[in-house]
Design a protein. Structure first.
Length: 478
């Protein structure tokens, strides 16, 4: 026979719904209907010897109710001893749900605990190998394997010119050999560079304000030009010297021998403030000095443009100079050899500074496109000076920006003597050097592949501009 227990799971079949969808049926084997009904009504177990449940072992021993397997069983599986009445069996589903919630909660807690542990391990790893140290260590290891391990065979080392004098060069190195014709490459600039910076070959428009912009590259001889501008030419500069005295209007301040505008051009906030005061169109500053080339160009427009000039230095000389400066001033670097310094990574080590700043690719992998963008930027928009020839550089800048006429109109005397005294002081200082071919030198080469090509092109541009200046000077004499 078949007994339906409609309220086994707490369902009410009298609410108008189809009760058959909410009932559970249990079939018993036996002939004594009264005994079965009496056992169920009293919450007693049906005797297994006489009325065993069909399809189930007559003697079932359930595990303890506190275990997960017991707590999630069907109520018909619950042990008789702990659920010996109808009320406890009717409450069984709620206990099952509570147990499931408890286990889900425990599972969620375990997941969170694992996630926190992973985060802590990642944080510890970042602290131990942060600031690019891990990536640089892997790069250095790969470099050393290529140089000392895989290129020991002389026949292989000479193939395709990829390894020269134990220095590993990238695959594109030979394809970029020589001075390229950048005019044929059709490099496209952003609208800010294209329209806010004047071409070096274009004449000055009479109805426009064009302000000289000195892109300051650290440790490249720029301080000598800044001293000449302040001490010899007495020009008002917009630079970092205006930090802390900003106001809602532009004015020229003077301290010692330096004249400067009350804006800070070394930070993005200061540059935005200068833009809000219309520094480019005001004509207050005789020139702008800043290391942030793209940020400063943003304050100009197509009518008030920048005339960019810069002094560049050989990338390896600049990187070596920075190493010795950090060695003397940074306690974390004190005692490091040059190879240890390069392998330490982080912001200290020079990594294609010129290419990254000129192309706007401050981080990530560089490509030939970024190299060509940097070259074309120099060719079209820069008056290029070299730290290796400061005398010719100063004469070039003076001619292009008319500084000699400026000092003459101001009645400043002995300008040439002032120039010479500053430049002579530079020649008295012998720059630090590193033996070519040494381990530190090779590591710096690997860090500045693109800048070596950019500087090679800058030397070419410098010679072209100086030759053009000599040609103009000769024509004037004639």
């Amino acid at each position: 026979f078949k007994k339906n227990i409609s309220n086994w799971f707490g369902f009410d079949t009298d609410d108008g719904m189809d009760g058959s969808r909410h009932t559970r049926s249990v079939r018993f084997a036996g002939d004594d209907d009264a005994a079965v009904a009496s056992a169920i009504a009293n919450g007693e177990a049906v005797p297994g010897t006489a009325f065993g449940i069909v399809g189930r072992a007559p003697k079932f021993v359930a595990p303890d109710a506190t275990t997960f397997r017991t707590a999630t069983r069907h109520p018909s599986h619950l042990p008789v001893g702990q659920f010996d009445n109808m009320e406890s069996r009717l409450n069984a589903p709620r206990r099952i749900l509570a147990a499931r919630k408890r286990h889900r909660r425990n599972d969620t807690f375990l997941r969170i605990l694992v996630a926190v542990c992973c985060f802590v391990l990642s944080l510890l790893f970042a602290i131990a190998y942060g600031q690019g140290q891990f990536g640089l260590a892997v790069t250095t290891m790969a470099y050393e394997r290529k140089v000392s391990g895989q290129y020991d065979d002389d026949e292989f080392a000479d193939r395709d010119g990829m390894v020269k004098e134990d220095v590993f060069y990238p695959e594109w190195w030979e394809s970029q050999k020589g001075i390229p014709d950048m005019a044929k490459k059709n490099i496209q600039f952003s609208s800010t560079i294209e329209y806010h910076a004047a071409d070096v070959t274009s004449p000055r428009a009479p109805d426009r304000i064009e302000t000289p912009f000195f892109w300051f590259v650290p440790r490249s001889g720029g301080n000598a030009i800044r001293t000449i501008i302040a001490k010899c030419l007495r020009l008002a500069e917009a630079s970092e010297h205006g930090a802390g005295i900003e106001a809602s209007f532009l004015r020229i301040e003077e301290h010692d021998t330096r004249k400067f505008v009350n804006v800070d051009m070394s930070t993005s906030e200061g540059i935005k403030h200068a833009k809000s005061l219309n520094l480019a169109s005001s004509g207050v500053a005789d020139l702008i000095i800043s290391p942030d080339i793209h940020g400063v160009l943003d304050i100009f427009n197509n009518r008030n443009r920048a005339r960019i000039f810069a002094i560049l230095r050989h990338p390896l000389d600049r990187a070596i100079s920075k190493y010795y400066a950090d060695l003397a001033s940074d306690p974390e670097v004190a005692g490091m050899t040059l190879p240890q310094y390069v392998r330490s990574g982080g912001h200290r080590v020079e990594n294609n500074y010129l290419t990254r700043y000129l192309s706007g690719r401050y981080g990530g992998r560089l490509t030939i496109h970024h190299l060509n963008t940097a070259r074309e930027f120099l060719r079209r928009k820069f008056v290029v000076g070299l730290a290796s020839d400061m005398t010719a550089t100063t004469n070039l800048f003076s001619h292009v920006f008319g500084w000699n006429h400026t000092v003459a109109s101001l009645g400043v005397e002995n300008v040439d003597l002032c120039y010479n005294s500053i430049l002579d002081a530079l020649t008295d200082k012998s720059p630090p050097s590193v033996e070519e071919g040494s381990e530190g030198w090779r590591l710096l080469v690997a860090q500045n592949w693109f800048d070596l090509k950019v500087y090679e092109y800058a030397e070419h541009l410098f010679q072209l501009q100086v030759d053009q200046l000599k040609l103009i000077s000769t024509q004037r004499v004639e």
